[in-house]
Design a protein around this ligand. Structure first.
Ligand code: HEM
Length: 505
């Protein structure tokens, strides 16, 4: 029967050419029917192709640059068509300030991605990162922030944990004995250990096999899920109806979930209501309190997904920033020397840095901010969606429109920064040599959806960076090429792999 169906056009005398024309006309008709008519005052858009929309006009390898170029022609608020879905891209500091700060709630939703349905989860419980703006997101975000904040819990404070890990990281660097090595694995291990000690209540030795597996999985998730095919798949509702179709694209995430679920199960078996060991225990306590409450957001699925969020959002980001930081110290030895002078003056060579030192160290603080600004690691942030109809810079944007916040265009806004495309720590230093906050520093985004881990990340960046520069001087190894300053872009901007020599000072 199906063979007959396939042969039918040939039976009617059609050749391949005619079939091609029929197919194209059908596509155009479908495109015409599905394409949403832009409403009056909708942001301007470059001309788009049938079916794929503007997809081919945006170079995926450096989409933020392509978008910046488009904004030069069409303005700071532009619309693009991705298949039949319209999306709005926001560029530049002025626009972002209005959108993320003044209209924060209007754009606080996340686009519907079908990742969780594809993996067989209930669509109402999505953790925090991908959760829609609503009660579940509010409850979980509030719980996570307060648990991170008062993480004393009768044990070590968060700062003590990070300081302790900074010590282990320095020891691991020292064991390389000044020989050339790639610092990526050691930094990633230290950063992940901080998250582990918060969530699991324990840190791991740097050569622990089970731990290395966790590191590999979180690292791979960022790259595997930012692939073009995977991203497109998550946009189509119909694929989620056939979970088997999509699962092959999410193998890494499924392995990570399995790994985390085993740890959650172990916690449940040894849980003691009077003794909260870590984040998982604190969440289980909330689940106990919510027993009998209909539709509580403190449930097993959210526990698993929120932990996965913290690993995915909290390890690669800080690791990548620190890798950029050391790379810039190799490329700008004068900056390295000035940071070390300040460390010697304020902290000395033996006492471990504390967060209390930041205020006394304007130059180091400025350098860390400049590392984040210049490295610009998440140029397009995480997509938002309008929660209600809104206006941005006078353009009307209806509820349910995907919003891309081009953070890169803010961090490198030519109207704001003196030297947007250069590494220039003086961006954050005033005439009196004091540290100066800049409103356009939006590396963590801003508004309702601002990075939940910002405080922790700031602490890690300062304590790891200053501890390393206190103990070592960093150099490009003899005979190694000068490291590349341009990024490798896979959703995030990573430095190309490089080697370093860490000489004890
Ligand atoms: C240098 C390090 C980091 C950078 C540059 C960074 C940046 C960002 C950005 C740009 C967003 C998207 C905000 C938006 O949608 O507007 C975000 C969201 C988020 N980040 Fe971070 N982040 C960092 C570290 C961390 C850490 C250490 C954690 C966890 C402890 C974390 C957890 C999260 C979570 C859970 C969200 C989702 C928030 C929500 O949707 O409500 N991040 N981060």
């Amino acid at each position: 029967m199906s063979l007959l169906f396939q042969l039918c056009p040939f039976a009617l005398g059609c050749n391949v050419f005619t079939l091609g024309i029929i197919f194209t006309l059908l596509l155009l008709l479908l495109d015409f029917m599905k394409r949403r008519k832009p409403c009056k005052d909708f942001p301007p858009s470059p001309p788009s192709w049938p079916f794929v929309g503007n997809l081919l006009q945006v170079d995926f390898k450096s989409s933020q640059i392509a978008l910046r170029q488009l904004s030069k022609t069409y303005g700071d608020v532009i619309s693009l068509q991705v298949f039949w879905k319209p999306m709005v891209v926001l560029n530049g500091f002025e626009v972002m300030k209005e959108a993320l700060l003044q209209k924060s709630e209007d754009i606080a939703d996340r686009p519907i991605i079908y990742l969780f349905e594809m993996l067989g989860f209930d669509e109402n419980n999505k953790g925090v990162l991908f959760a829609n703006y609503g009660q579940s997101w509010k409850d979980l975000r509030r719980f996570t922030l307060s648990t991170l904040r008062d993480f004393g819990m009768g044990k070590k404070s968060l700062e003590e944990r990070v300081r302790e890990e900074a010590g282990y990281l320095c020891d691991a660097f020292q064991s390389e004995q000044g020989r050339p090595f790639d610092p990526q694995v050691l930094i990633n291990t230290a950063v992940s250990n901080v998250i582990c000690s918060i969530i699991f209540g324990e840190r791991f030795e740097y050569d622990d096999h089970k731990f290395q597996k966790l590191l590999r999985l979180t690292e791979e998730i960022v790259t595997s899920e930012s692939g073009k095919v995977t991203q497109v798949i998550t946009l189509f509702a119909w694929i989620s109806k056939f979970p088997g179709l999509a699962k092959p694209f999410f193998q890494t995430r499924m392995q990570l979930h399995k790994y985390l679920q085993e740890i959650i199960n172990e916690h449940k078996q040894t849980w003691d209501s009077g003794h909260t060991r870590d984040f998982i225990d604190a969440f289980i306590l909330e689940m106990e309190k919510a027993k009998g409450v209909k539709d509580s957001n403190f449930n097993d699925q959210n526990l698993l997904l929120i932990i996965a969020d913290l690993f995915a959002a909290g390890t690669e980001t800080t690791t990548t920033t620190l890798r950029w930081g050391l790379l810039f110290m190799l490329l700008y030895p004068d900056v390295q020397r000035k940071v070390q002078e300040e460390i010697d003056q304020v902290i000395g060579r033996t006492r471990k840095p504390t967060m209390g030192d930041v205020l006394q160290m304007p130059y180091t603080n400025a350098v860390i901010h400049e590392i984040q600004r210049y490295a610009d690691i998440i140029p397009l942030s995480v997509p938002h969606m309008t929660y209600r109809d809104t206006h941005i810079k006078g353009f009307f944007i209806p509820k349910g429109t995907v919003i891309m916040t081009n953070l890169s265009s803010v961090l490198k806004d030519e109207k704001v920064w003196e030297k947007p495309f250069q590494f220039y720590p003086e961006h954050f230093i005033d005439r009196d040599g004091k540290f100066v906050k800049r409103e356009a520093f939006m590396a963590f985004s801003a508004g309702r959806r601002v990075c939940l881990g910002e405080q922790l990340a700031r602490m890690e960046l300062f304590l790891f960076f200053s501890s390393l520069l206190q103990r070592f001087s960093f150099q490009i190894p003899d005979g190694e090429p000068c490291p590349r300053e341009d990024p490798e872009f896979v959703y995030m901007q990573f430095p190309h792999r490089y080697k370093i020599c860490a000489k004890v000072r």
